[in-house]
Design a protein. Structure first.
Length: 286
């Protein structure tokens, strides 16, 4: 049987799919752009169209599938957006659904991930929630513009600390869970990097790696929101979700360090300095 990987063109899904293929698993990569998926994975995986807002795409995506990696598409802000797909799965013999959730979400009802976790648990489908800390790719991705253009980190996290983890490490941990479905049935895993850093420390590391002076701007929530919506043109709903997450970060929800990644994989997670050195082009001045 095969493993369905949703969001396979994204940061985490891509690595989940690649790691599963290394393990000899048959993988179905899913998303709304089949051509893009075919270019990314070639003949190594089956590519299918799966749009969680279009139930007519569900059946083909689930053909010969018994395990699923599920992630919430960023543009779907309501937990209810995922419920039809989860309900649809009840008619199939699914051995495990691994949902990409958030660190600390079991005690935080604000993000949509909390209700999605509960809905999966209530469905009766075996599950293994993956609750990672903040992605290192947030800095090399959406937040890299200000680093490249202005030599500053523009994030409203105050002086809080975050146990950043590389999306590649999340992919490896998730693949291990899906590969050993029976072992990890009805479990939850909080996976983090091996250190907890504030953004002043992140700025110092980036300064060392890029040989430029990178500073942490430490903006307030309103200034951050106005910048990302007004100047950057990002979707309002997406920005509001990030505001909520950074608010919780200030409350100390992102600083926890666990050994769960090492327990699942037998390896140590990558440090942020290692990540920055490997992805220096993302931080290089334009």
């Amino acid at each position: 049987m095969k493993i369905l990987v949703t969001g396979a063109s994204g940061n985490v899904g891509r690595y989940v799919a690649l790691e599963l293929m290394k393990m000899g698993e048959e993988v179905v990569v899913a998303g709304t752009d089949k051509v893009r998926l075919q270019k990314m994975f070639g003949d190594a995986a089956d590519a299918v169209v799966l749009d969680l807002t279009r139930p007519e795409t569900y059946g083909d995506a689930l053909m010969n599938v018994d395990r699923i990696f599920l992630m919430r598409p960023p543009h779907l802000g309501k937990p209810e957006d995922l419920y039809p797909f989860i309900d649809f799965l009840k008619a199939y013999d699914i051995r495990l659904i691994s949902f990409l959730s958030l660190m600390g979400v079991e005690n935080n009802t604000i993000p949509p991930h909390h209700k999605i976790e509960k809905y999966i648990e209530g469905s009766g489908i075996p599950y293994a929630h993956i609750r990672p800390g903040f992605f290192m790719q947030n800095l090399s991705g959406v937040h890299s513009t200000e680093i490249r253009e202005n030599d500053e980190i523009f994030i409203p996290a105050g002086r809080s600390k975050t146990s950043f983890i590389d999306a590649e490490d999340i992919g490896l941990a998730t693949a291990n869970v899906l590969h050993e479905a029976e072992k990890y049935k009805d479990t939850a895993h909080t996976i983090t990097g091996q250190e907890s850093l504030d953004y002043f420390q992140i700025a110092e590391i980036l300064s060392q790696v890029t040989n430029r002076k990178i500073k942490y701007a430490k903006p307030g929530f309103l200034k951050y929101r106005n910048h990302y919506i007004g100047k950057r043109g990002l979707d309002k709903k997406y920005v509001d979700v990030t505001v909520a997450l950074y608010f919780m970060t200030r409350m100390g929800t992102a600083k926890k360090v666990t050994n769960e990644f090492q327990r699942l994989t037998g390896k140590k997670p990558r440090t942020f300095k290692e990540f920055a050195e490997d992805n220096i082009e993302s931080f290089t001045r334009i």
